[in-house]
Design a protein around this ligand. Structure first.
Ligand SMILES: [Zn+2]
Length: 294
């Protein structure tokens, strides 16, 4: 009998803890974001008042990812959705569906105020190849753009929770300071490089290259794997430009990067454009670039 009572008490206890936890959870603003770096920015601004979840999980590409039914259900509880806002496939294809799952959700366009760079896309249509110019979606890989994105996220938090404006403002200021330091550190690391070109499989780095006066040579062009002929051309280019390292990212096939690296007796180095810990990751990438550039 005693055992039975203990068991009942135990169940009640578990149930109570669960309720308290749920209570605490619901105190926080449920925020959903498209990609990992946005999750970092949202957490830095929202801190203890935000519970952030991300749609495109680690290792997946926002150019191809499709959300799970579970993720769409989770959206019904979210108050805030932060989109990159640049034309990235995940948002182009899924955002309407995401928004129809929760009509009351407040949307922040993190790209508001950022000037997009051009990118050339290749398109096959009835055996013809068309090229067209679009906006480069990889805006977050410039710390200067990241600062604008953080400002936009801050404005979103203030709109839905104006009582805590001071709290968000203090968090934002301290993260913007860190982003300024990051920007300066990258600038210094790469300042004296003479050969400012780097070869990379997926061209995510145009904004980064612009900020630090570098030149990105992409292997994949217009979202398509390179042909044998263009690989040959890239090998020659790498030799002429004295390039020793080919960058690739974990979200993409590294095969053609390896082919080129083998031919120039260089190596493939992975850099990840979508790591959550933005500042650490960007510093790491800048250090890698500074080591391989002359
Ligand atoms: Zn990309």
């Amino acid at each position: 009998m005693q055992r039975y009572i203990f068991f009942i008490l135990f169940i009640i206890l578990i149930f109570t803890i669960d309720c308290v936890q749920q209570e605490k959870e619901s105190d926080k603003i449920n925020v959903v974001v498209s990609i990992m770096p946005l999750a970092e920015f949202a957490e830095k601004v929202g801190r203890d008042k935000a519970s952030v979840s991300v749609m495109v999980p680690p290792g997946a590409s926002p150019h191809t990812y499709e959300p799970t039914p579970g993720q769409l259900v989770k959206l019904s509880k979210a108050k805030l959705y932060i989109k990159v806002g640049s034309p990235i496939e995940f948002e182009l294809v899924w955002l309407d569906r995401i928004l129809s799952a929760n009509k009351d959700i407040f949307i922040i366009d993190a790209s508001y105020g950022i000037e997009f760079m051009n990118v050339v896309y290749k398109h096959h249509h009835e055996q013809n190849e068309h090229y067209y110019i679009g906006d480069d979606p990889h805006i977050w890989l410039s710390p200067k753009n990241a600062k604008i994105m953080v400002e936009n996220i801050y404005n979103g938090f203030v709109s839905i929770d104006p009582d805590n404006k001071e709290y968000y403002s203090e968090n934002k200021r301290s993260y913007l300071r860190e982003l300024d330091e990051l920007d300066l550190e990258i600038e210094i690391l790469l300042a004296d490089k003479i050969n400012r070109r780097f070869m990379v499989y997926h061209p995510s780095w145009a904004y980064f290259a612009r900020d630090y006066n570098l030149e990105q040579i992409p292997i994949e062009k217009g979202g398509k794997e390179p042909t044998a002929r263009s690989i040959q051309f890239l090998i020659e280019q790498a030799r002429i430009q004295n390039i020793r390292v080919i960058f690739a990212s974990p979200q993409f096939n590294t095969e053609s990067a390896e082919v080129i690296a083998r031919e120039i007796k260089g190596q493939v180095v992975l850099i990840d454009p979508l790591q959550k810990d933005y500042i650490t990751n960007m510093k790491k990438i800048a250090r890698v670039l500074s080591e391989v550039m002359e």
